[in-house]
Design a protein around this ligand. Structure first.
Ligand SMILES: [Mg+2]
Length: 327
């Protein structure tokens, strides 16, 4: 079973949202980047949890301050995907032993990230275990009925991403020494992209009332756009040549390799979103205000199999679309 089968089989409620769910304030349950809980008459609370495990999500002996930064940024990316504004988080931390130097560096990085990303720690839990593991539970505000969902894409909507794809996979390859670089600045850039990804909070906020659907790219474009398609009961056609790539990487990595990373690699934490024809001018206006950037990569088409058709990818090996735990 992969992680998505596990969620569907064991954790998704069998019935549609019940009246008691609605009475208890659940506005949106399992199946999107965040759940939504009614907070007040005009505000919902978006909530999401993310776990990072040593050796799976970050290399062993990674600098603790950077692990902390990455964990919070990655969790907040799910708030960005909903168009929510980060507010609070709790932390569950598992450590093999209490190393005070490690903890001092970790907490320093965590507080720095919390300040930069405007999200306050309000509680947590600390336990002993074999490997370093951290779960961050984030909460953010979103105006009622304004949240960006995966389920709103319609045939004819244009598909965009907020920034270069493939950096996340390139960064992991670099940190695992599978990619060697002559260009030191590029190496520093990739390390930053890995440990300090920038959750697209501003883009998410600006896209409320503009995007018909949105998701953050954590598992790879094909997998994550596939989630939009499944939730919206549509399919997507994207053009490989339109994928935004980091130009200096092209001097180091073959184009087809970078395109493959852009499609199937994960950890980019850009947003992928769809916009209806009638909202295009509103999008252009937002882009002109320079709140964020967007790159057109394709269009939503009627439902079919596969969920995502990739034009111009004939020579790419796309069998493995996105990272899956338990695959
Ligand atoms: Mg997500």
């Amino acid at each position: 079973m992969n992680e998505f089968n596990i969620i569907d089989t064991f954790f998704k409620p069998k019935a549609a949202q019940s009246e008691s769910d609605i009475a208890s304030g659940i506005r949106l349950g399992v199946g999107d980047d965040c759940a939504l809980i009614s907070k007040s008459s005009d505000l919902d609370l978006a909530v999401s949890v993310d776990t990072l495990i040593e050796g799976v999500h970050f290399p062993e002996s990674s600098p603790p301050d950077l692990i902390a930064h990455r964990a919070l940024a990655v969790a907040i990316s799910d708030l960005a995907a909903m168009g929510a504004e980060p507010r609070y988080f709790t932390l569950a931390l598992t450590l093999p032993h209490a190393d005070t130097d490690w903890l001092a560096a970790f907490s320093g990085g965590l507080h720095e990230a919390a300040t930069q990303l405007n999200c306050a720690i309000i509680g947590g839990d600390t336990t002993r275990g074999q490997n370093v593991s951290l779960s961050i539970h984030v909460m953010g505000d979103v105006a009622k009925d304004q949240a960006l969902l995966r389920s709103g894409a319609k045939v004819g909507d244009k598909i965009y991403v907020t920034g270069p794809l493939g950096d996340g996979a390139a960064a992991l390859a670099y940190l695992q020494k599978r990619l060697t670089l002559q260009d030191r600045d590029l190496g520093d850039y990739l390390s930053r992209r890995f440990y300090k990804p920038q959750p697209q909070v501003r883009a998410g906020l600006a896209l409320r009332g503009v995007a018909s659907a949105a998701i953050d790219i954590s598992d790879g474009l094909l997998a994550d756009l596939g989630h939009i398609c499944a939730a919206s009961d549509v399919a997507a056609r994207i053009e490989t040549k339109r994928l935004p790539l980091t130009q200096p990487l092209l001097a180091q990595v073959a184009l087809s390799h970078l395109q493959q990373w852009a499609l199937s690699g994960g950890d980019d934490y850009q947003l992928c979103f769809t916009v209806a024809k009638k909202r295009q001018s509103k999008l252009m206006q937002k882009l002109a205000e320079a709140e964020f950037s967007a790159h057109l990569i394709g269009e939503i088409i009627p439902p079919g199999d596969p969920l995502v058709i990739v034009d111009g990818a004939e020579d790419l090996n796309l069998k493995r679309s996105g990272y899956q735990h338990f695959a």
